[in-house]
Design a binder for this molecule. Structure first.
Ligand SMILES: [Zn+2]
Length: 78
């Protein structure tokens, strides 16, 4: 009996056997494409969170400095 699976990347038939070392993928290329997709998704998920944290800290510092400057600016003319 021969078990066949569909390659998750290109849907090509892959025979489930010792020789098919990249199963369930048909080839190393398809395996790397799938791993690459996962890495991309992880990158997309983690990147905005890290960026937002850095931005918030920087923005708060910038806003605080700007606020203090404006306060002095508004106080001085009076
Ligand atoms: Zn494939």
């Amino acid at each position: 009996m021969t078990l066949k699976v569909a390659c998750p990347t290109c849907k090509k038939e892959v025979i489930w056997q010792e020789e098919s070392q990249y199963r369930p993928f048909c080839s190393k290329r398809c395996q790397l494409i799938d791993i690459g997709d996962w890495a991309d998704e992880n990158h997309k998920i983690s990147q905005p969170v890290q960026g937002a944290v850095d931005l918030n800290e920087e923005m708060l510092d910038a806003l605080e400095a700007e606020f203090l400057q404006h306060n002095k600016f508004f106080v001085e003319p009076e």
